[in-house]
Design a protein around this ligand. Structure first.
Ligand code: 13P
Ligand code: SF4
Length: 366
């Protein structure tokens, strides 16, 4: 803790209501030196303070365009890293709670990806035959790996365009960490399931034979989102039996079976746009994080739309939930006092190649 830093402990005792007014006051004091970015999965008491909200793609663009000195990211760790990588050297990316990670991002590490690359290189000419593609939900050093190997980053909002680009560069793709986004996108591009194999990172050669590796178009890392894997095809069947006219929309981190049974599949921003554009009276079943679905239900209510959450059990992203009004206030009041807390700084040797892979993504999804 810095010598003049305000300690978090006294903030944790505050109620959400006590935080509310002080957050507004601190924001006013910081003026245009500050921008707060809020992901759609943020809880309402935090989300309402965001200057810009969006999915990962929209927020990374926002971070790249913002001239603010402080970019406070109400989201998870990899998002704040992207904000740091894409912003200028004098800007500071800040994550109000450092424990706000992403369990899916943690399923791929540089060690494991480098080992996979070496193993693949013994079977084929990986550098000339495979484009590495990392989902934005990954550590900065994996984005750097992609930048160094002629690869690219994707989000759920541009995965198809990115995979088309990647397969134009080389014949095959190593896609990490989310197998579901890879498979759901590949299938919609017309790649047969047999040409998408799963790389089990705990097994030699990913648990695959050389023949399986040679014939694969997409080699999918065995990672997943524990929030989105809760949704099951039976949830859709049961709902449709009661409401045959209802529409179903899912995030592509949900399983192949769930996405196949959905009318629409897309990023959080796409889900919002699609539900907002539907006529009054439409009933929706939505397969994505609860905070977003609750927000859509509230907005929908006023417009005569009925919005249901796909799972019968509550499943929230516990790491997104780490960002609470208390941590946001602590961050902002420290900034007012001239103290930068929880800055996310990607080392330059990682940030440079990671930026190459991110800028390639932004260029093709403009
Ligand atoms: P979006 O880019 O669609 O907002 O998704 C981010 C995420 O983490 C979904 O789990
Ligand atoms: Fe990561 Fe899943 Fe949370 Fe998204 S919802 S941040 S993928 S754990």
């Amino acid at each position: 803790m810095g010598i003049h830093e305000l300690a978090i402990e006294s903030f944790l005792a505050l109620t959400d209501e006590q935080c509310e007014e002080r957050i507004i006051a601190a924001k006013a004091k910081l003026g245009n030196r500050l921008i707060i970015l809020g992901h759609h999965y943020q809880r309402e008491e935090v989300f309402r303070h965001a200057d810009f909200s969006g999915d990962s793609l929209k927020l990374s663009r926002q971070a790249a365009q913002s001239g603010a000195e402080y970019i406070v990211f109400c989201g998870v760790h990899f998002m704040a890293e992207v904000a740091d990588i894409l912003s200028g050297p004098e800007q500071k990316a800040i994550l109000p709670d450092l424990a706000a990670g992403c369990s899916m991002a943690d399923m791929a590490s540089l060690d494991k990806v480098e080992r996979a690359w070496q193993e693949l290189s013994l079977i084929l000419d990986a550098d000339n035959q495979i484009t590495p593609v990392t989902y934005i939900n990954s550590a900065a050093n994996l984005k750097a790996f992609c930048g160094r190997h002629g690869g690219i980053v994707c989000t759920s909002g541009n995965a198809r365009a990115v995979l088309e680009w990647a397969l134009n560069q080389r014949e095959q793709v190593l896609f990490f960490p989310d197998q579901h986004l890879g498979r759901n996108t590949g299938y919609r591009m017309g790649i047969p399931l047999e040409q998408m194999v799963v790389w089990d990172f705990d097994q030699p050669n990913g648990g695959l034979t050389a023949a399986q590796i040679h014939q694969a178009k997409l080699i999918l890392w065995d990672g997943f989102c524990s929030v989105h894997q809760v949704f099951q095809p039976e949830h859709i069947d049961r709902f449709r039996a009661i409401y045959p006219d209802a529409k179903v929309i899912s995030h592509p981190e949900a399983s192949f079976e769930v996405c196949q049974k959905s009318d629409e599949v897309g990023s959080t921003e796409y889900i919002i746009k699609t539900v907002n554009a539907s006529p009054p009276g439409t009933r929706w079943l939505i397969g994505t994080e609860l905070n977003l679905v609750n927000r859509l239900a509230k907005i929908g209510q006023a417009e005569g739309k009925l919005v249901h959450f796909m799972s019968p059990t509550i499943c929230m992203c516990s790491t997104m939930f780490r960002i609470d009004p208390q941590h946001l206030l602590w961050t902002l009041e420290n900034l007012v006092a001239g103290q930068v807390v929880n800055q996310i700084k990607v080392p330059i040797e990682e940030a440079q190649p990671a930026r190459v892979a991110l800028e390639q993504m932004l260029a093709i999804s403009a």
